[in-house]
Design a protein around this ligand. Structure first.
Ligand code: G3H
Ligand code: 13P
Ligand code: ZN
Length: 313
């Protein structure tokens, strides 16, 4: 069945690699994730956001994820699969996910005051651990995507707070803010495209071996942006985190790396290309199929060349 993240993280921290955490909202994304992880022999965290629940219905998504366990076995490799709530924003949402079979949840109290974040996170941990569900908390605020003001004032995680936070909340893993951000526009052109690996290493010194999570870790491959724009798209100045920096992070105590936007770009590029080049097609399988193939290749590449999660199942 679905499993929690505890053992996977312990092995990943020790082994110097990171577990992929890929978001899904539909069948083709899920198929691509599972095929890629089966073929690369990688454990995987399936992430469902609040937005995904609203879009696709949480009952359907949860049962798709449960089916994925069987599907992986059918493909010949029953890799470990975690079903994780991404960016839970309330105790009630986390409770509902735990009650309906998620094996892991995130409570994102990063926008709250420090003390309120501790209190809310502790409440979720106390509840989740009764059901053997693991909990991810967050300290520090990721830069906003479209919001110029938010991106000017993003708040890195303060290393001096992390030990107190993990001790008082009892979380199983901690998401940190070191310069990554959500979406496809992470830096402005001409800006320094570096994340703060120095802050990461300060954090690691305070909580040695504790599982760290990086959100906002898409690399925004420029070939995908180019394909999208060549086929009618309009993505200007889309910039991500270099794979080189993510590789370094994955070798440290970072044991979970969240990627969603790169998958969105791969799907969109493939679909635009088919619809542009074959205007006579109208069977969704004729464009969703190629999109699924492209996604699968993207995820295999991430597992092998960025996260190092291949052959760790
Ligand atoms: O953290 C954001 C993830 O990419 C999920 O995005 O809230 O649009 O589903 P979403
Ligand atoms: P990206 O937008 O960089 O893919 O980040 C996804 C994420 O952090 C999901 O929680
Ligand atoms: Zn995130």
């Amino acid at each position: 069945g679905l499993q929690n993240s505890k053992e996977l993280f312990a092995k990943a921290v020790k082994g110097g690699y990171a577990i992929p955490a890929y978001n899904f909202n539909n069948l083709e994304q899920l198929q691509a994730i599972i095929m890629a992880c089966v073929e690369t022999n990688s454990p995987v965290i399936l992430q469902v956001s609040k937005g995904a629940r609203n879009y696709a219905n949480q009952t359907l998504l949860r049962n798709l994820a449960r089916g994925a366990v069987e599907y992986a076995a059918e493909l010949g490799n029953p890799v470990p699969i975690v079903l994780h709530l991404d960016h839970g924003d309330s105790f009630e949402l986390c409770k509902d996910c735990i009650q309906t079979g998620f094996s892991s949840v995130m409570i994102d109290g990063s926008h709250l005051s420090y003390e309120d974040n501790v209190t809310l996170t502790r409440q979720v941990v106390d509840y989740a651990h009764q059901y053997d569900v693991t909990v991810e908390g967050e300290l520090g605020v990721l830069a906003g995507v479209e919001d110029e003001v938010a991106s000017e004032t993003h708040t890195y995680t303060q290393p001096e707070e992390v030990e107190d936070f993990v001790t008082r909340t009892g979380v199983d893993s901690l998401a940190i803010a070191i310069g990554t951000s959500h979406g496809a526009f992470k830096f402005k052109p001409g800006e320094d495209h570096k994340i703060r690996l120095d802050i990461l290493s300060e954090i690691e010194k305070r909580i040695p071996g504790f599982p760290i999570v990086l959100h906002g870790s898409s690399s925004v491959p420029q070939d995908l942006v180019k394909t999208i724009n060549e086929h009618g798209g309009k993505l200007k100045d889309a910039i991500g985190i270099s794979e080189e920096q993510l590789r370094k992070a994955a070798q440290s105590a970072v044991c979970k790396i969240n990627i969603d936007s790169d998958g969105r770009l791969a799907m969109t590029a493939a679909i635009r290309k088919v619809l542009d080049e074959k205007p006579e097609e109208f069977d969704p399988r004729k464009y969703l199929g190629p999109a699924r193939d492209a996604l699968k290749e993207l995820y295999k590449h991430k597992n092998i060349n960025v996260l190092g999660s291949n052959d760790k199942a």
